[in-house]
Design a protein around this ligand. Structure first.
Ligand SMILES: *Cc1c(COP(=O)(O)O)cnc(C)c1O
Length: 360
């Protein structure tokens, strides 16, 4: 493991040794008391972190499972996908592949979804579901969640599905106060677990909506999750090692304190922004809408990004990301999510300082 680079790419991110150790707990049967205790043990902490009284379903799939499942559970007629980057754009495609009617608000990659754009599109009528990616990991844009939710609530009978894969636990997200219907996230980004599990928080209203759909399938059926939750269990055999790891992370987060955790992310993010400015680069996201968990850097200096990424790895054994999808090479990304501190983030930036002169 020691020869593998430390991950500063925005997902998966570096996993703490304590988390790996927790994941090595002996496997237990999932239809017994031991598992029920394990399942129940993570609920109060996750509910506190998410600001919800609803259960937190543990879904053995990466985030896309939850994203596809949410569409299948909730869209009876037509979904509006808010698209501003690789993940949000793909959700539109996934909606169509689920056999749903779909339309989108599309902004340029690097731009923000505004409440006015959402309002104008919904005014066309016919939508019953909206999807939003809170923190668009491909572009480093943090969309104005509360304002967008408010705009959607001006319209009746619309389910709001929010992907918080790279923001959950790093910035405040109060699910009940916001009044969102589905909050979902994978665990390999802001939660700093290895990939393979996702969380879903589903409102009572969303459960009611799901009842109207007869083709929601089995594996991601919200009602299967709700029914099994009542028994502190999951519909099918879960990734038990992940739940041990999750329990360790929840305890870690509560011990850290959420305010401290938010402040830590803000500080490591600000430090990264200083590095960007110092070298004459620019943030890809507009001012005021920058992600707090990663920095997507506009390659305005036109450096050889693949060469830079390679050199950072070769010389310092750190993995940064050379841009995603159609902005590959035009941007590069540095993560500060998970367990990074000012000290470890500085180590990354020092390494970049060491390598960058060869590329300017
Ligand atoms: C990584 C990511 C996903 C996709 O997660 P998978 O683990 O590949 O399913 C979805 N949304 C966002 C915002 C992401 O960052």
């Amino acid at each position: 493991m020691s020869t593998k680079p430390k991950l500063f790419s925005p997902g998966p991110v570096d996993v703490a040794p304590e988390t790996y150790a927790a994941m090595c707990s002996p496997t237990i049967g999932h239809r017994g008391k031991d598992f029920e205790e394990l399942y129940a043990s993570v609920q109060p902490g996750l509910q506190e972190i998410a600001g919800t009284t609803r259960p937190v379903y543990l879904n053995t799939a990466s985030a896309w499972g939850a994203m596809e499942g949410s569409i299948r559970n909730l869209t009876r007629k037509k979904v509006l996908n808010l698209c501003c980057g690789a993940f949000s754009d793909k959700w539109y495609d996934v909606s169509l592949r689920c056999g749903k009617e779909a339309d989108k608000v599309q902004v340029e990659w690097g731009e923000v979804i505004t409440p006015d754009l959402v309002r104008a599109k919904l005014a066309e009528g016919g939508f019953d579901t909206v999807t939003l990616v809170h923190n668009e990991t491909s572009t480093g844009v943090l969309n104005p969640l509360a304002d967008i939710v408010k705009a959607i609530r001006e319209f009746d009978d619309i389910m709001i599905i929010v992907d918080t894969v790279s923001s959950f636990s790093a910035v405040p997200i109060n699910v009940d106060e916001l009044g969102i219907d589905v909050m979902l996230c994978g665990v390999q980004k802001a939660l700093a677990l290895p990939p393979g599990l996702s969380l879903m928080i589903v409102s009572e209203a969303a459960l009611e909506r799901a009842k109207e759909l007869t083709d929601r399938g089995y594996y991601f059926d919200f009602h299967e999750f709700e029914k099994n939750h009542a028994k502190n269990n999951t519909p099918s055999t879960p990734a038990i090692p992940h739940i041990y790891g999750l329990r360790e992370r929840v305890e870690f987060m509560l011990a850290e304190g959420m305010e401290n955790r938010f402040a830590r992310h803000a500080a490591t993010n600000a430090l990264t922004h200083e590095w960007v400015a110092k070298h004459g680069f620019k943030n890809f996201a507009p001012a005021g809408y920058e992600s707090k968990t990663l920095t997507c850097i506009d390659n305005n200096l036109e450096i050889d990004v693949p060469g830079f990424v390679k050199a950072v790895r070769a010389k310092h054994n750190l993995l940064i990301n050379g841009g995603y999808g159609k902005v590959k090479g035009l941007t590069f990304r540095l993560s500060n999510m998970g367990n990074e501190t000012l000290e470890t983030q500085q180590e990354l930036l020092d390494a970049l300082d060491d390598v960058i002169p060869d590329f300017l």
